[in-house]
Design a protein around this ligand. Structure first.
Ligand code: PMP
Length: 460
């Protein structure tokens, strides 16, 4: 009897999607759309390319929700995971440990901003955010500051979809319905440079937004545990971007007012913004840094919250003091995921990834220069390997398209017919590709995006 898994025989896009739609409920999807919008069943992936069951190919321009760094099925990461599979697939992480997690923690501490010496693991990004929020609150609780129960967040921010993470986010579409279930954060205006005055620099605008933050801190510091931010790019908030000077100033304000800084680098970590971590560009060390997504090169779910000895020490005491952080997830520190993460870090060491990314980023900029003159493009913005094109109804006044028109969806549909997976956020088309994309593939994406934008903006 064969012990090989059965291969898909005679499967087609249609046969798989029909079976899918009978039982599967997909994330971030109005399932009824699939009455007319095809579900795309993917058979395999290689590098930046995905292939469906009918043999159509797509460039994964969004790194499969921003997780993939070095391409799909990268042989080096795959072989590291395969080796680990035969050694230890998983073990309880309370009271037990294993070599991959020890090695990974040692390497992360060396790479992270100085002072982040402690690694607490979870499995997904949202869980890491929950950990950081709870840890910050609990730190103040353990140190006698029991009035500190609230968080400051930025307008237009996104930190995940579990209830705590959702509460500190500010994207209405995801949050509005659940308001009655959520704690209430204090929301400071975003440093998002889309709103800068004409002629104003990114730096000047971002710094100007610090004033409102400072006023909120001055008023609320006694009740505030932490400020949580997405460094440099508010990704789910339409890829809006700001200047690192904001983070530098924010760090100083947090120090001054006795408030933690939580850097959610779940989407921007591991080279997306041009440096390994976005915080490096502001020369700061946050009190908590959340990592996930690219941590395993996009292979397996894993998340980590890195923090300081100061935080760690506030929990370190006799058991009977009940100061311990009693948070746990079943798959904490999974060895397979850690082996993928270690292989991912090897790939950063084995070649000058960030330097190559600078060339690719420059090429992306060149390939999309002409979008600036498009009558329905308000802005083309870029930070490192993330480039976004914002479509608007009226360029002069920057009037947005009504969301009901789903202009971005038209770009998505057009791209699927032309070998690209572009998944706009509302009316914002963006590229956040795996780092193994070639210059000619970038050109191809730019062409598909241009034709898609032309089509999507027809009729005003
Ligand atoms: N924080 C940020 C900045 C994110 O972009 C995301 C996911 N898009 C999350 C948190 C949540 O991560 P996950 O989807 O793995 O829960």
């Amino acid at each position: 009897m064969s012990i090989e898994p059965t291969p898909y025989q005679n499967a087609t896009n249609q046969s798989i999607s029909e079976r899918d739609l009978r039982h599967v409920w997909h994330p971030c999807t109005q399932m009824k759309d699939h009455q007319w919008l095809p579900m795309i069943p993917i058979r395999s992936g290689k590098g930046v390319w995905l292939e469906d069951f009918d043999g159509n190919r797509y460039i994964d321009a969004v790194s499969s929700w921003w997780v993939n760094l070095f391409g799909h099925t990268h042989p080096y990461i795959a072989s590291a995971v395969k080796n680990q599979l035969d050694t230890l697939e998983h073990v309880i992480f309370g009271g037990f440990t294993h070599e991959p997690v020890v090695k990974l923690s040692e390497r992360l501490v060396k790479l992270a901003p100085k002072g982040l010496t402690r690694c607490f693991y979870a499995d997904i990004g949202s869980a890491a955010v929950e950990v950081a929020l709870k840890m910050s609150f609990h730190y103040w609780y353990n140190t006698g500051k029991r009035k500190k129960t609230r968080f400051i967040t930025l307008g237009n921010s996104y930190h995940g979809e579990t209830l705590g993470a959702l509460a500190v986010g500010d994207v209405e579409l995801y949050k509005e319905t659940y308001q009655p279930l959520l704690m209430t954060p204090i929301t400071a205006p975003s440093p998002d440079c889309y709103f800068r005055e004409e002629g104003e620099s990114w730096e000047a605008y971002s710094l100007r937004q610090c004033e409102a933050m400072e006023a909120l801190m001055a008023k609320h510091h006694e009740e505030v545990c932490a400020v949580i931010v997405e460094p440099l790019i508010q990704c789910a908030g339409s890829m809006r971007m700001y200047h690192p000077a904001y983070l530098t100033r924010l760090r100083a304000l947090c120090n001054h007012y006795g408030i933690h800084l939580i850097a959610d680098e779940i989407a921007v970590g591991f080279g997306r913004t041009g440096t390994l971590f976005a915080c490096e560009q502001a020369h700061i060390t946050p009190d908590f840094m959340c990592l996930s997504k690219g941590l395993t090169g996009g292979f397996l779910p894993l998340a980590v919250v890195m923090t300081t000895d100061t935080v760690y020490d506030a929990f370190y005491d006799e058991y009977s003091t009940l100061k311990a952080f009693l948070h746990s997830h079943s798959y904490t520190g999974n060895p397979l995921a850690c082996s993928a993460a270690l292989a991912t870090l090897d790939l950063f060491e084995q070649s000058p990834v960030l330097e190559r990314n600078r060339e690719l980023a420059a090429h992306m900029a060149k390939a999309t220069e002409h979008f600036r003159d498009h009558p329905h493009v308000a802005e083309v913005r870029q930070t490192g390997m993330v480039l976004a094109i914002e479509m608007v109804k009226d360029k002069a006044s920057r009037t947005a398209y009504p969301w009901q028109e789903r202009r971005g969806l038209r770009v998505y549909q057009h791209a699927l017919k032309h070998q690209a997976l572009l998944r706009p956020l509302g009316s914002v088309v963006y590229f956040m590709p795996p780092y193994v994309i070639s210059e000619s593939e970038i050109d191809q994406l730019a062409q598909v995006a241009w034709d898609g934008v032309q089509l999507a903006t027809l009729g005003g």
